[in-house]
Design a protein. Structure first.
Length: 181
């Protein structure tokens, strides 16, 4: 059990996402980012499975086959594409699951979240390519809306290819464009 180390890690992550959201003008989202990680169901599981180099949710999942903390977290935080998955009824009456399109402000927060998580967990091994590589390794199995995926990919590829300043400039531009619509 590592409650102090876990608290330090989630707080550093949250503070970094908060700063990134502020850079984008997403003040409310920055202030409310990941507050559920401090709830008992998420915090104590995170402390139990804390490793310092990966998400405790992955360790919990390997140990028990499921991450109760993750199920709680994704259902309360709109910057995760999993929050937006729902079932849909086809014209023939059959049901299937699909990702719904996310508002750009939550895609922007997801970008900030992935950037901060990569920096926190990878530490000195971080490069501007790290968030895209993490995304790219999982995209085959992601149940994410195609337009949301395209938005996130563009943000992450801009970070990878042009650096942090260019990526934030791109995200700010997308937020302004969406506001005009």
């Amino acid at each position: 059990m590592h409650p102090f180390a876990h608290f330090k890690t989630i707080t550093e992550h949250r503070n970094l996402v908060c700063r990134y959201c502020f850079r984008l003008g997403l003040v409310r989202q920055g202030l409310s980012h990941d507050l559920s990680k401090y709830s008992p169901v998420e915090f104590w599981r995170g402390a139990k499975y804390y490793r310092g180099f990966e998400s405790p949710n992955d360790a919990e999942r390997r140990d028990t086959g499921i991450s109760i903390a993750w199920l709680h977290h994704k259902g309360r935080n709109r910057h995760h594409y999993e929050y937006w998955i729902d079932y849909h009824i086809r014209p023939d009456g059959t049901v299937h699951y699909e990702g719904n399109k996310m508002p750009i402000r939550f895609v922007a927060e997801m970008f900030c979240d992935r950037l901060a998580a990569s920096k926190i967990y990878l530490k000195e091994k971080y490069t501007d390519a790290s968030p895209f590589e993490y995304y790219d390794n999982a995209r085959e199995v992601m149940l994410i809306h195609p337009e949301t995926a395209a938005e996130l990919e563009k943000m992450l590829l801009t970070l990878k290819n042009e650096g942090e300043e260019a990526a934030f400039a791109y995200v700010r531009r997308r937020l302004k464009e969406e506001k005009k619509q």
